[in-house]
Design a binder for this molecule. Structure first.
Ligand code: THU
Length: 130
């Protein structure tokens, strides 16, 4: 099983494949299944702007569409003066499929921080409410 440091390195690699010609803000994500598979994602922007998809959701949707359902960690890599956490919509999507997983944020300078999805998304709306 690859650890969080390796997951972060893979998120950094995934970031190089970002399609971000409009914001120029490249993001990579690496999602780990409970059995150790790793699914990567990068942000994919669109000339319409609004159709842009974040790296985290690309990774989740790739994983789910490939049949993976149980996850325990995600790493997110961006190049910014502040570590980049998943945006609000990504937190909601991550919660739906991953629950309270570890979230590791890293940048290109080697700064890193690990938190949990429940800290980023307290009191979430989910299937229990339906
Ligand atoms: N973005 C992500 O891919 N993940 C995040 O967690 C934050 C934002 C992308 C969306 C857009 O392509 C660019 O970063 C600027 O917002």
């Amino acid at each position: 099983m690859k650890g969080l440091a390796e997951l972060a390195r893979l998120a950094q690699q995934a970031r190089t494949r970002a399609h971000a010609p409009y914001s120029r803000f490249k993001v990579g994500a690496a999602l780990r299944t409970k059995t150790g598979e790793i699914i990567l994602g990068c942000n994919i922007e669109n000339a319409s702007y609004g159709l842009t998809m974040c790296a985290e959701r690309v990774a989740v949707f790739k994983a789910v569409s490939e049949g993976f359902r149980e996850f325990d960690a995600v790493a997110v890599c961006a190049d910014s003066s502040h570590l980049t956490p998943p945006c609000g919509p990504c937190r909601q999507i991550l919660w739906e499929f991953c629950g309270d997983i570890a979230v590791r944020m890293v940048d290109l300078k080697g700064r890193a921080r690990t938190t949990s999805l429940s800290k980023l998304l307290p009191f979430p709306f989910d299937s229990r409410h339906l």
